[in-house]
Design a protein around this ligand. Structure first.
Ligand SMILES: [Zn+2]
Length: 93
């Protein structure tokens, strides 16, 4: 990952800082949109995993119902990830 934007954005996310439009100043607009979509999909997946963990700890016998939701969220995240990779390869951004 030699892109300085990618490195600084990853550092911001790692530090728990909000990722805003300003974060992506100078980044290709399509890449920007796909990165936001990827972050949103990742957040959704993590949220579902937390909810499942909470349900399990609470003794909810239905905790497995999250599996289908988690699977679907993972597929959406992967789909966006491949769109992003494909765009970066064809656009060179
Ligand atoms: Zn681009």
């Amino acid at each position: 990952m030699g892109n300085p934007h990618a490195t600084s954005i990853a550092a911001m996310v790692g530090a728990g800082k909000a990722v805003t439009s300003e974060t992506f100043a100078g980044v290709c607009e399509v890449k920007h949109r796909l990165m936001q979509a990827f972050l949103a999909a990742t957040h959704e997946l993590v949220t579902l995993q937390k909810q499942q963990t909470t349900a399990l700890i609470a003794g909810d016998p239905e905790f497995a119902r999250f599996e289908a939701l988690i699977h679907a969220a993972g597929e959406r995240k992967d789909a966006v990830k491949y769109q992003l990779i494909s765009h970066m390869q064809t656009h060179g951004c």
